[in-house]
Design a protein around this ligand. Sequence first.
Ligand SMILES: [Zn+2]
Length: 155
Amino acid sequence: MSDIGKEQKMSDQIGDRREEPGFEGVPQDVLEEKIKLFREILFEERAKIFQNAQRTLTEDMTIDANDLSDEVDRTAFEQNQALAFRLRGRERQLLNKIEDSLKRIENGKYCWCDDCGAWIGFNRLKARPVTTLCILCKEKRERKERSSHHKKSEY
Ligand SMILES: [Zn+2]
């Protein structure tokens, strides 16, 4: 255990950060190892969504609106229905993003920014496995969204 006490940086491995000057890519074996990991993460996320969707479905079927006696319960019930529906919409969106990311892995685009073509960096992909943008392009888009008028961007 001679490494104990040695200072370790959080990110000093090749490819962890966004493309920096002189970046020449990541060795194939490192890349394959990382990609394997990201594919597992994405599969796991996808399985979780299916599990949630299944549970929501089961809960919906066991509650019958006609059984609710007073108006307060009915209102709460309708709010919950609306919430469940919205969550399913979000889960659907996330599911699409996961499928898209798996496709990006297959065609070798996963680690590269959709907008500027830069290396996204493993650290960012670990934090947001479905991202398609590097941090700079993401921030640029967020600034643009904030400065434009409040449009209904959810649909
Ligand atoms: Zn970019």
